[in-house]
Design a protein around this ligand. Structure first.
Ligand SMILES: [Zn+2]
Length: 418
């Protein structure tokens, strides 16, 4: 068997096989060399910043310079496309339509596909860059779009690409706040259609088996929470008065604790002196051992108590002002939120002050701390004197007695009440 080509033929002899191998070797050398030369050419072109292949839309290849240059009309279309998109009012489809109106269409005379629009808007060639093997290099041709305009378009692209769906989970502020009053499962949230619209609902997850509880519409839930906040709130006139009173008490308390520490120190010193006298009296043999021991025990124990008390005062462990002020501020906030429509703030506040949040039979409940419960109980009386109807900034004795029980106050009564 022999191989015959127009210019060569190879006989199945040792010489023929040798010649064939030589021919193969030569062609391999030729193609390797070509690859190297082409690569060298590409590298040189890249180094010179020249465009490597067919010009992108908006440019034309210039065989003389072996580079690309802006097309007289198409380049302006590219700029218009970027300007339009950077306004943020266009979608891919509407921009494709806009370009179609300017004569930019596919081969089938239809508007460009979404993917082509995206390619156009992200093409760094318009910034004057050259692409090779997925890497961008500095080009040596005129950019069509300014970096500012390009970045403005990228910003819009980024916003548009954020899927709306991910936001939905965070859109339900009262999710995982309430439990079902029937089966103790967590409540979850969802959109549901009905009555000719889409509503936001909260419902039992029914994770713990059968449960007969239905859906609770968000606006109804919020209405109930605001009503509840209303019952434990006081109008600003009251809370501001309380805050002013607390400031007064705080000043008194500081003065008091300073004088308390002073008092205690005097007492401790006196006890220590008594102890010294007792010891010397005993040593002098003026008192019997038994009564000495009894007296000593008394003084030592009272000294220990006094010293512990002084330490407490110095460490500020008798501070009741701060929690009280915090509670009044919460009460003020409850009033503010009961008139607000900021759902997420209402949710986080209800979470903070309440415990045991439960929904049962379409009504939401939560427990509040004892002082707020106290307010809720007293609210009825406050409402009967209709505080909002009167504009006076001075409280009458009725109103004051509700907050401070006629001003009577001791440490212990405050501790138990608040
Ligand atoms: Zn349930």
């Amino acid at each position: 068997m022999s191989l015959r080509f127009p210019t060569f033929w190879f006989e199945p002899t040792p010489q023929g096989l040798f010649m064939l191998q030589v021919a193969f070797g030569q062609s391999k050398y030729y193609s390797d060399n070509l690859v190297q030369n082409v690569n060298r050419g590409i590298r040189q072109k890249l180094r010179r910043g020249e465009w490597l292949n067919l010009a992108p839309f908006g440019y034309v290849n210039n065989p003389r310079t072996r580079n690309i240059e802006p097309h007289p009309t198409k380049s302006r279309v590219v700029v218009r496309a970027f300007e339009q998109y950077a306004k943020g009012t266009h979608t891919y489809v509407s921009l494709a339509q806009f370009l179609a109106d300017l004569g930019v269409v596919t081969r089938n005379q239809t508007p460009l596909a979404k993917v082509s629009i995206k390619k156009l808007l992200t093409n760094r060639a318009y910034l004057g860059f050259v692409k090779h093997h997925g890497e961008w290099f500095d080009g040596n041709f005129e950019p069509l779009v300014s970096p500012q305009l390009f970045e403005a378009a990228q910003k819009v692209l980024k916003v548009r690409e954020c899927p709306r769906k991910t936001r939905k989970n965070h859109d339900f502020p009262f999710r995982v706040l309430f439990r079902c009053g029937e089966c103790q499962s967590m409540f979850t949230a969802q959109y549901a259609h009905g009555n000719g619209g889409t509503y936001r609902y909260y419902r039992c997850t029914k994770k713990k088996g059968a449960c007969s509880q239905g859906y609770l519409r968000e606006d109804i839930l919020v209405f109930q929470l605001k009503e509840r906040l209303q019952t434990i709130s006081l109008c600003e006139k009251y809370t501001d008065w309380m805050l002013a009173k607390i400031n007064e008490w705080e000043q008194e308390e500081i003065a008091l604790s300073q004088s308390d520490v002073q008092n205690l120190s005097t007492k401790i010193k006196a006890s220590e002196e008594r102890m010294e006298k007792l010891v010397s009296a005993y040593l002098d043999g003026d008192i019997p051992k038994a009564s000495y021991l009894t007296r000593k025990d008394e003084i030592m124990r009272s000294l220990a108590t006094l010293k512990a008390k002084r330490k407490d005062f110095e460490r500020g462990e008798n501070k009741w002002v701060e929690p009280l002020r915090e509670w009044v501020l919460d009460t003020k906030q409850a009033n503010f939120l009961s008139l607000s429509d900021n759902f997420s703030e209402i949710a986080s506040f209800v979470k903070k002050i309440g415990t045991n949040h439960v929904v049962r039979d379409k009504s939401a409940r939560f427990s509040v701390p004892a002082p707020s419960q106290f307010v809720a109980e007293r609210r009825a009386r406050l409402l009967s004197v209709a505080p909002s109807a009167r504009r006076s900034s001075v409280l009458n004795s009725d109103e004051v007695s509700i907050c401070a029980r006629g001003g009577g106050r001791t440490h212990t009564s405050c501790d138990t009440r608040f």
